[in-house]
Ligand binder design. Structure first.
Ligand SMILES: Nc1ncnc2c1ncn2[C@@H]1O[C@H](COP(=O)(O)OP(=O)(O)OP(=O)(O)O)[C@@H](O)[C@H]1O
Length: 254
């Protein structure tokens, strides 16, 4: 469980603190798929970086299972828009890398890397180099790389933002399938309301501080397992329209 208690953050600037968000109070439950949306610059990435332990609240505290987050930890893994695979390593070497760094014995590395490569659908590509793969396949390597460390919390910052629409949909489906099979907490940032509604249990809409800085929540009622055809259902479309309206009202100036 991740608890935000009176969390405020500002970046140091010449004029003092450049405040980004203030007094956030909310909880992300264990195994929840939480999606955060909000206008550009409202502080989504900054909030995620605070959970990762790259930044620290200027006031308040973020607790992970009751303990303040004080620094980075492989149990809270980040996935970025640009994949973080090593171009000179094969798929297999990339996926086992984190385990190797932590001194996990070779037989366990082999078993786990093999499992996660299969899970993301890259069986047969173990010896391929990233440059031989498509963007979507590299993203799968990136996912397997992170999952192999078996993090409790996945922190995903627009991970599919740079992919074409078809590849993005297939990865969204893959991610919900993986999440269904081995539940873990996911904190997912996106600009794409449809993506948030398809993936999440709950969506948070963060307003810019200059527009009030509120964080409002919407439960997503769609049953699981979900497949991509959900997006065509009338209930989905209604919720998408409603949330899009709220998104624009909260000062989205692009
Ligand atoms: N390292 C930094 N130092 C100072 N200011 C920063 C730093 N990183 C981000 N900011 C500022 O903090 C604000 C919030 O940035 P952040 O990237 O968290 O927003 P965001 O909601 O993720 O935006 P986007 O949707 O465009 O990615 C912006 O005004 C940005 O310019």
């Amino acid at each position: 469980m991740i608890e935000f208690s009176n969390v405020s953050f500002g970046y140091p600037s010449k004029k003092g603190l450049a405040r980004i968000f203030e007094n956030l109070n909310f909880t992300i439950q264990d195994n929840e798929f939480f999606c955060l949306i909000g206008p550009s610059g409202c502080g989504k990435t900054t909030l995620l970086r605070n959970v990762a332990g790259f930044e620290h609240p200027t006031e308040g505290v973020i607790l992970n299972n009751g303990k303040p987050i004080e620094g980075i930890d492989y149990k809270r893994a980040m996935v970025f828009q640009d994949d973080a695979v090593f171009p000179w390593m094969t798929v297999y070497k990339n996926v086992e890398y984190g385990l190797k760094v932590r001194g996990v014995p070779e037989d366990i590395r082999k078993e786990k890397a093999g499992y996660y490569i299969r899970l993301v659908g890259l069986e047969g590509y173990e010896n391929a180099l990233p440059k031989e793969l498509s963007g979507g396949m590299r993203k799968r390597v990136d996912l397997a790389r992170v999952l192999a460390n078996e993090p409790d919390v996945l922190l995903m910052d627009e991970p599919f933002g740079a992919l074409d629409a078809m590849t993005k949909e297939s990865l969204q489906e893959k991610l919900v399938q993986i999440w269904n099979e081995s539940k873990r907490t996911i904190f997912f940032i996106t600009h794409d309301i449809e993506e948030a509604l398809f993936l999440g249990d709950r969506v948070g809409l963060l307003h810019r501080l200059s527009d009030g800085g509120e964080l409002t929540f919407y439960d997503i009622p769609f049953a699981r397992p979900r497949d991509i055809y959900l997006k065509q259902e009338p209930e989905f479309q209604i919720m998408r329209r409603d949330l899009t309206e709220k998104f624009h009202k909260c000062g989205n100036r692009g």
